[in-house]
Design a protein around this ligand. Structure first.
Ligand code: AP5
Length: 217
């Protein structure tokens, strides 16, 4: 099964993708996480991407398309994947179709997570993640069970993202409206798109997605 999770910054794509990954044995392919790894390791790609990301702009299509093409060629992607943060423009969506066709793979679902803009800002402002395993948390909505300790790996340090500052978040939301929202009709026309209520609690959103993915009797 191959899925796309679509939605504005803070919609919960990463949170839901990680839960689906565990439940269905799919791999999560998150372009934002991949780019942040490049930045962390000071690669050329990371240096290029950092300038765009810190300004809340999209990284050029060619860079992310090549990154995804390489990732879905790896053996573990054959068992199914969840794309989180890709595609984000119509040219990226068109390239993905070609990549999948070349590999005789199909896209099963495109899930749009709808969340009000005020809630997005609150979610992003409160977000932090484990510095070791990357597990995501929130000051109000998803605290670690034991304060200061990651539920998943037990590490005791957390990080906040550089692009989660209020002014950058506004630019990321504008980039979503202007460059990413136009791919919704692209997938609607292909009969692949389902929109879900991303305003519900994390577990309720997960249940909505699993119901959608369950084979129809
Ligand atoms: P990326 O890392 O993909 O960021 P994003 O799309 O802005 O999405 P976020 O990670 O901010 O949010 P999310 O939807 O995953 O929410 P989360 O689950 O964390 O991209 C960063 C940058 O990289 C881009 O700006 C761009 O520059 C570049 N980039 C990446 N991909 C690219 C591409 N394809 N093309 C070009 N450039 C690209 O949830 C947020 C918080 O809310 C968490 O704290 C969570 O605990 C909480 N939360 C989640 N769900 C709920 C809920 N239902 N109720 C309450 N709280 C919730």
């Amino acid at each position: 099964m191959n899925l796309i999770l679509l939605g504005p910054p803070g919609a919960g794509k990463g949170t839901q993708a990680r839960m689906l990954q565990e439940h269905f044995g799919l791999i999560q392919i998150a372009t934002g996480d991949m780019l942040r790894e490049h930045i962390k390791h000071h690669t050329d790609l990371g240096q290029l991407a950092q300038n765009y990301m810190n300004q809340g702009q999209l990284v050029p299509d060619l860079v992310v398309i090549q990154m995804i093409e390489h990732r879905i060629s790896e053996a573990d992607a054959n068992n199914g994947f969840i794309l989180d943060g890709f595609p984000r423009t119509v040219p990226q969506a068109e390239s993905l179709d070609k990549m999948l066709a070349r590999r005789k793979l199909k896209l099963d679902h495109v899930i749009e997570m709808r969340v009000d803009e005020d809630a997005l800002v609150e979610r992003i402002a409160g977000r932090f993640s484990c510095a070791a395993c990357g597990e995501g948390y929130h000051d109000k909505f998803k605290k670690p069970a034991r304060e200061g300790v990651c539920d998943k790996c037990g590490f005791g340090q957390f990080v906040r993202r550089d692009d989660d500052r209020a002014d950058t978040v506004r630019k990321r939301l504008a980039a979503y409206r202007e460059q990413t929202a136009p791919i919704l009709p692209y997938y609607q026309a292909k009969g692949k798109l389902t929109s879900i209520d991303g305003m519900a609690e994390i577990d309720v959103v997960q249940t909505q997605i699993r119901q959608l993915l369950r084979p129809q009797a």
